[in-house]
Design a protein around this ligand. Structure first.
Ligand code: RTP
Ligand code: MG
Length: 223
């Protein structure tokens, strides 16, 4: 299940190596390919580009990489202008921000994201809170990222966090058990699900449009 992004999307694909190279230089790449002498050379070059893209996608899951986790600055954090401060804490704590995306969630997306809590009494209130304004979602990377990010954000109840974990992010910008400013994945499995939930669809869309672009280009100019 993927989220429906309704508005207000800004995107940081800084570290998506091949996409970052390919997309801004698409017309230059197309010109280079079209200057090649034969159809076979052109199709070979397309094959190499797509294969490199697929390899880069697989390499994101390889064992050589550091652990990744999913982080979110919730509407109260964004609205309260805590985003830059939280990002500074993230960097100072040794994480690198691999991706980030500012997005306004709709109700269905929140219901899907927090499905594990759908039977809880606070669920309707949680849906209202999470749709009350834009959020900032991020992929963070470092050794032991999942556990370290959970530790950094502190307990769910921000009031309690102010007493027991005064250095935590929720102590700094959270208000109570619900409005607690930030989210963090509980486990490597949930991190994987949540990263795909927000960033999987985006990459698939970009690949889809990339393919469409190629097909239109070749049909118009070569057949
Ligand atoms: P999160 O998933 O957002 O990182 O928070 P968490 O693990 O610390 O807490 P969780 O139990 O997963 O709850 C998800 C979010 O639901 C809201 N909540 N409200 N009113 C309440 O009693 C209540 N309990 C939880 C919070 O926004 C919590 O972060
Ligand atoms: Mg949770």
């Amino acid at each position: 299940m993927y989220p429906l992004f309704s508005a207000n999307i800004t995107l940081n694909l800084q570290n998506s190596a091949l996409l970052t190279c390919l997309l801004p230089n698409l017309s230059a790449i197309l010109q280079l390919i079209s200057s090649m002498a034969s159809h076979s050379h052109r199709f070979l070059s397309i094959f190499i580009i797509l294969a490199a893209f697929c390899l880069s996608r697989f390499s994101c899951c390889g064992g050589m990489e550091k652990e990744k986790t999913f982080a979110m600055i919730k509407p109260d954090g964004v609205y309260g202008n805590y985003s830059d401060k939280i990002k500074a804490i993230i960097m100072d704590s040794g994480f690198s921000i691999k991706r980030e995306l500012r997005v306004q969630l709709d109700e269905d997306t929140v219901r899907s994201f927090y499905a594990e809590h759908s039977s809880k009494s606070f669920f309707p209130s949680l849906v209202k809170y999470m749709t009350s304004g834009p959020i900032l979602v991020m992929i963070l990377e470092k050794d032991n990222a999942v556990a370290d990010w959970r530790k950094l954000i502190g307990p769910t109840d921000a009031e309690k966090a102010k007493v027991t974990h005064p250095q935590s992010i929720r102590a700094m910008c959270g208000l109570n058990t619900e409005k607690n400013c930030v989210h963090g994945s509980h486990s490597i499995q949930s991190a994987s699900r949540e990263m795909s939930f927000f960033f999987g669809m985006l990459v698939e869309c970009m690949v889809f449009f990339y393919f469409i672009y190629f097909f239109i280009y070749f049909f118009l100019f070569y057949f």
